[in-house]
Ligand binder design. Structure first.
Ligand code: HEC
Ligand code: HEC
Ligand code: HEC
Ligand code: HEC
Ligand code: HEC
Ligand code: HEC
Ligand code: HEC
Ligand code: HEC
Ligand code: HEC
Length: 468
């Protein structure tokens, strides 16, 4: 153990000798498939070049390892048969392993510190031939996590074992899903979903695997932007029209309610209030190198029991100081609480169609609220808020009208919305009028509130104007 490097060599040498014997035995046809040692060193397919076969005289041996600087071991076995069938077989070992010089190998030991470091360094060889995929990958959340120092984030070879990449034409069976080993609980939820069940029956099914929704290389943060939703809609042509047949203003609903919020019927739901930049018209993103959101949210929420309306307002103010006046607002979105629930999509007969499940006083999606921003690594950062912020004029004012009739308890708004329903749906112009009335109403209560806040002690932020 004192000299790990040397020990590795000994192991390798032992196996090499074992292989030579076994190969001779097999070659002479003396014992067809005999002792375990013979099977361990599976004979490389004859299609491989002599150079490759040479590498495999040693590297086909089972149990061959190299000891690394940090005490880990690197398994050195390469399955010749699998390699011979892989897409890269025609390339041969040497193209990717230019670092190996057989005149010195394995004698001149190369020092490798960690398995992970080795894997990360080695993917550079993929770049030489797959520049396009490499570029996409570099823009993914996975790559940004890796850059942020998260070692478990995947590189090419976590999803494509370099010595056994099967041709795509072989289909993509569920059990081979590359994402599974790191996202097991999500995989299980997916496998039981309408898509997973269809896919489980046939690898040829048009139902998406993970990459069918998230993409394989430029995997983005799912809850950021419209990309994922647009992927669903692109595959399910006519989604908006089909929902419009029973859901008023379907377009708006499909914008502010995530698909799983209705299509994972057992899921718990919540409201996420996103900081939104009125100038760029996009979600606010943390400035690189100067993370502020978590600190500001924590200092606004001193008790740690969730931001109340006053705290939320002061948080918004802090974000507004730097930019142009009053550009940061909030955009609400109704979504499921966990990543696992987002994958429990079931068939349409079980989807939520009951208006009451959202448009009712105290409806459950409005009992849990978070406030979020996009972190520097592209993933959202969230902070809990008290559910009362949804009823508070103080925050409604900055919410750009995210308001579900009945779901939040501002009574006068409900009356206006019912009017909107009655007139607006039939006559869009009427709808606009009511919306305009709405705006005025909101402006009014906002003004009133800010006056109150300047004079009164900031204890009760959760007042509902409806109750006044
Ligand atoms: C004589 C047996 C033998 C042959 C032939 C051989 N290797 Fe190795 N290889 C080893 C041993 C032993 C190690 C472990 C070295 C150590 O522990 O430092 C190793 C290590 C490696 C490693 C791990 C990284 C490193 O640099 O240590 C790679 C990659 C590798 N070999 C590739 C190849 C390729 C490609 C060929 C053919 C061009 C080849 N080897 C031929 C025995 C062999
Ligand atoms: C398409 C490029 C490519 C080809 C072709 C290739 N390798 Fe590799 N090899 C890699 C990469 C990348 C790694 C690093 C894998 C990792 O993350 O551990 C690697 C690692 C290894 C290792 C270290 C153990 C391991 O699996 O990490 C050995 C030994 C090795 N290769 C031998 C071979 C032999 C022998 C052949 C030919 C039969 C071969 N390689 C062909 C890309 C290739
Ligand atoms: C020397 C060039 C070269 C290098 C280096 C290389 N590849 Fe390839 N790769 C190819 C070729 C050629 C094909 C076959 C393309 C085809 O059939 O259309 C291929 C195909 C693939 C496929 C597609 C299989 C399929 O049919 O869908 C994957 C995945 C892949 N390579 C991954 C990698 C990874 C990961 C690495 C780095 C470990 C790598 N490649 C390194 C040349 C290379
Ligand atoms: C998170 C997992 C993951 C990572 C990381 C990953 N890939 Fe892939 N890759 C996939 C999946 C899944 C597919 C099949 C996608 C599909 O069918 O659209 C694929 C397909 C490919 C293909 C074949 C594309 C085609 O259209 O035929 C190539 C080539 C490839 N990957 C290379 C790479 C290279 C190079 C890297 C590293 C820069 C990499 N991959 C990193 C999951 C990954
Ligand atoms: C080697 C491990 C590994 C593999 C393989 C892997 N991932 Fe990841 N992935 C991670 C880690 C670690 C994170 C960051 C922590 C988290 O969100 O779970 C992550 C994050 C993600 C995220 C962003 C989650 C967020 O919070 O916004 C998505 C989406 C994702 N992965 C999809 C995939 C898909 C699709 C595949 C297969 C094509 C895949 N992953 C394969 C390790 C992996
Ligand atoms: C039908 C499309 C679809 C498929 C297939 C799919 N996902 Fe997702 N995934 C989603 C949606 C939708 C979300 C939630 C987006 C949101 O927050 O609005 C999500 C979220 C995620 C997240 C982030 C979870 C979190 O905690 O925020 C990860 C990681 C992820 N998916 C990985 C996977 C993996 C791995 C697979 C394959 C087993 C997979 N997805 C298959 C649609 C899909
Ligand atoms: C407000 C709840 C709700 C939301 C949000 C929602 N759906 Fe639906 N969806 C339903 C209901 C209920 C049905 C069943 C209607 C029926 O039986 O005719 C349905 C039916 C479907 C169907 C099957 C019928 C068809 O259109 O082919 C698909 C596919 C579908 N939805 C996809 C989506 C996608 C994609 C999203 C997100 C962009 C989404 N849904 C958002 C409630 C919703
Ligand atoms: C690659 C195409 C594709 C993508 C992307 C996709 N789906 Fe599907 N989806 C299908 C197919 C195919 C089926 C039919 C499965 C079956 O029943 O055989 C299906 C079924 C469904 C159903 C059940 C419809 C019914 O009639 O009962 C719902 C709901 C659904 N998808 C929602 C979504 C949502 C939400 C997303 C995005 C998060 C999404 N799909 C992304 C292909 C896709
Ligand atoms: C999953 C929860 C959910 C379900 C189910 C749902 N809604 Fe909504 N609805 C919302 C949310 C959230 C809003 C707020 C939209 C906004 O801020 O613009 C909304 C907004 C509305 C609006 C106002 C639209 C506008 O123009 O701004 C009307 C009208 C409405 N819903 C009617 C209905 C009816 C009728 C049903 C049943 C057929 C229904 N909703 C089902 C969540 C839901």
């Amino acid at each position: 153990m004192a000299e790990p490097g040397r020990k590795g060599t000994t192991t390798g040498a032992m196996h090499r000798d074992g292989f030579v014997v076994a190969a001779l035995v097999a070659w002479l046809g003396l014992i067809p498939v005999a002792a375990p040692s013979a099977r361990a060193a599976d004979s490389p397919a004859n299609t491989l070049s002599d150079g490759d076969k040479k590498c495999l005289t040693c590297h086909a041996s089972e149990g061959m390892t190299k000891n690394l600087g940090n005490g880990e071991t690197l398994a050195l076995r390469v399955h010749g048969e699998a390699f011979a069938k892989s897409v890269h077989a025609p390339l041969g070992c040497a193209i990717c392993h230019a670092e190996i010089n057989l005149d010195k190998h394995p004698g001149a030991q190369r020092k490798i510190e960690t398995r992970r470091g080795y894997a990360v360094a080695m993917i550079e060889v993929c770049r030489t031939c797959h520049e396009d995929k490499f570029k996409l990958y570099e823009g993914s959340v996975h790559a940004s996590l890796l850059r942020a120092g998260i070692p478990v984030a995947p590189v090419c070879t976590d999803c494509h074992s370099p010595h056994s990449i099967a041709p795509k034409a072989a289909g993509q069976p569920m059990k081979a899903v590359a994402c599974r080993k790191c996202h097991e609980t999500i995989f299980e939820a997916y496998a039981g979903s309408v898509h997973g069940l269809a896919r489980g029956k046939s690898a040829e099914s048009p139902a998406p695997l993970c990459a069918g929704c998230h993409r394989a290389h430029d995997v983005g943060a799912p809850s950021v932007g419209d990309r994922l939703r647009n992927t669903c809609i692109a595959c399910h042509g006519g989604t908006i029209e089909s929902h419009q047949s029973w859901l008023p203003n379907a377009e708006r609903h499909l914008e502010v309610v995530s698909c799983p919020a209705c299509h994972s019927p057992g899921a718990q739901r919540k409201v996420d209030l996103r900081l939104y930049d009125g100038v760029s018209r996009e979600r606010m993103v943390e400035k690189k190198g100067v993370p502020q959101f978590e600190d500001r949210a924590r200092s606004a929420d001193k008790e740690g029991d969730g931001l109340d309306a006053i705290a939320l307002r002061s948080l918004l103010k802090q974000f507004n100081v730097e930019g142009a006046e009053r550009t940061t607002t909030l955009r609400g979105r109704l979504e499921v609480r966990t990543g696992v629930e987002a994958h429990q999509l079931s068939d349409k007969s079980r989807a939520v169609s009951n208006c009451d499940s959202c448009h009712r006083e105290g409806a459950d999606p409005f009992q849990s609220v978070t406030v979020s921003i996009v972190g520097a690594d592209g993933r959202p950062l969230r902070h809990d808020a008290q559910k009362e912020v949804l009823n508070s004029a103080v925050s409604v004012e900055s919410m750009r009208g995210f308001y579900a009739i009945g779901g939040t308890r501002i009574k006068l708004l409900d009356v206006l919305l019912v009017l909107a329903l009655l007139s607006g749906i039939l006559v869009p112009v009427g709808h606009m009028t009511v919306k305009w009335l709405f705006r005025r109403y909101l402006d009014q209560i906002a003004k009133q509130k800010s006056l109150e806040n300047q004079t009164a002690e900031p204890a009760r932020g959760g007042d509902t104007p409806g109750k006044q």
